[in-house]
Design a protein around this ligand. Sequence first.
Ligand code: HH2
Length: 282
Amino acid sequence: MPRPLPLLICGRHRLSLDRPRVMGIVNITPDSFADGGRFASVASALAHIRTLLADGADIIDIGGESTRPGAEPVSEQQELDRVLPLVEQLRAECNERAVPISVDTRKPGVMRAAIAAGADMVNDVGALQAHGALQVVADSKTPVAVCLMHMRGEPATMQQAAAYGDVVVDVADFLRTRIAACLAAGLVRERIVVDPGFGFGKTVEHNLELLRRLPEIVALGYPVLVGLSRKSTIGALTGRDVGGRLAGSIAAALAAVARGAAIVRVHDVRETIDALKIWRAI
Ligand code: HH2
């Protein structure tokens, strides 16, 4: 079984994966399910990013389009207007702890512009399947990392498409195919991260099965990123609305790391890092 790689090549950065890493979420959107509308201006988003950095985030993930179930797509120009000023500003400041900047997008045009502005990673819930997306990453002079995520269907309709033979086998097969496409396009292994895509065309039971059997995704031999923070599965299991899902989200992050996740994508960076410190010490 190939062992997951201990190092991620992430644009200008080399991120050691000798310990679990925490990716802090920043959505500059009016409609994201957990933080929509909170960071509508560049200034408020930057202030939030500074907090996440001070809290110890290892990667900052900036998104300009909500992909929550039922979300409506936004135009490329809208997404560029939201994301680019932030990437440019962060890069200009060389963000004080100099952590990698990831851009959460499915659009090749946004990927290209974000990389030119200094992004270090492309986090694509569409796994670089959009026409031209893989080429943008392969042609990039900066060796940006890519996160290939599994999604069934499209955000607008994906919860209607939640049917699988064996969800873990289906997700692993899909990720294997996308990894092969990246390698064929010339990406080195050390630039690739995979993500089973919790909540993207999956029921609560699918998400739990994926989490229980996460080692089967880890066995693909690539760092696994897990995003369960504040998601509806946490809400379904705890009976809490979005604002009350911190404890459930931390439990899920620890369960993921215990099963081999290399990176957890979270809203609550400080609390997650505290929990991971205890888990690691034990
Ligand atoms: N989840 C969301 C967005 N991007 N990327 C990866 N790699 N993995 C995920 O699980 C993932 C993701 C959805 O969460 P969020 O960004 O908080 O909300 P929204 O899509 O509504 O902006």
